[in-house]
Design a protein. Structure first.
Length: 205
């Protein structure tokens, strides 16, 4: 007698295609070690950033800059990383709370883009003290589409240079109908001293 049934079939009759499987697949993990840039290029170093998945997620863990008061940023490429200069439009909102108790929140006009090819700031005022880090994630939607713009959204939490906490919300799109096939992370000055960036692919089902 079957203890469990699924669509009126005993559990022993169920094939692997009949059950839900993990939707998030780890594609690549890169550990920073005083790197000026960290790049994920489709077809290079076992990276898939193409039509394999409709949605991709970058995770940032314990990102540490080599210099104080830095900005953590991203840019995209349509030519396999030869150029990171895709036009982007974006919005940025942030909340701040210092150790002294001062706080504030609002739209951040200095970090948004209006159809600009420069880097997109994901977090600013990063602290470089030994106990300071930055954490977060960025979603990239349907990068292989040759019909639609490519939307992205991110949330990043950082220990800023004056020991406060800053929470960033970033959203926008790459204004191109060419496929996005590479992404590159960097700091405004100096290197990504330490930390790890992981790339995941999200399955349709």
């Amino acid at each position: 007698m079957a203890l469990v049934k699924y669509n009126d079939n005993s559990i022993s009759a169920i094939t692997s295609t009949g059950l839900a499987t993990g939707a998030m697949v780890l594609i690549k993990s890169i550990t920073a070690s005083s790197d000026s840039t960290i790049s994920f290029v489709d077809g290079s170093s076992d990276v898939d950033l193409d039509a394999t998945y409709p949605i991709y997620k970058f995770e940032f863990n314990s990102i540490h800059p080599s210099a104080d008061s830095n900005q953590f940023r991203i840019n995209f490429s349509t030519d396999g990383g030869s150029n990171y200069n895709v036009a982007k439009s974006s919005t940025v909102w942030r909340a701040i709370h210092s150790e002294g108790g001062s706080h504030g929140s609002g739209y951040n006009t200095s970090n948004d883009l209006a159809n600009a090819t420069g880097v997109q700031i994901l977090a600013s005022s990063l602290g470089a003290d030994a106990d300071h880090t930055t954490q977060g994630y960025l979603w990239l939607f349907n990068p292989s589409s040759t019909t639609f713009y490519k939307h992205f959204l991110a949330r990043v939490s950082t220990t800023e240079s004056d020991d406060g906490t800053m929470d960033f919300f970033v959203a926008g799109f790459c204004a191109t109908t060419s496929a996005i096939n590479a992404a590159q992370f960097s700091m405004t000055s100096g290197n990504i001293d330490a930390g790890k960036i992981k790339l995941y692919g999200l399955k349709d089902s």
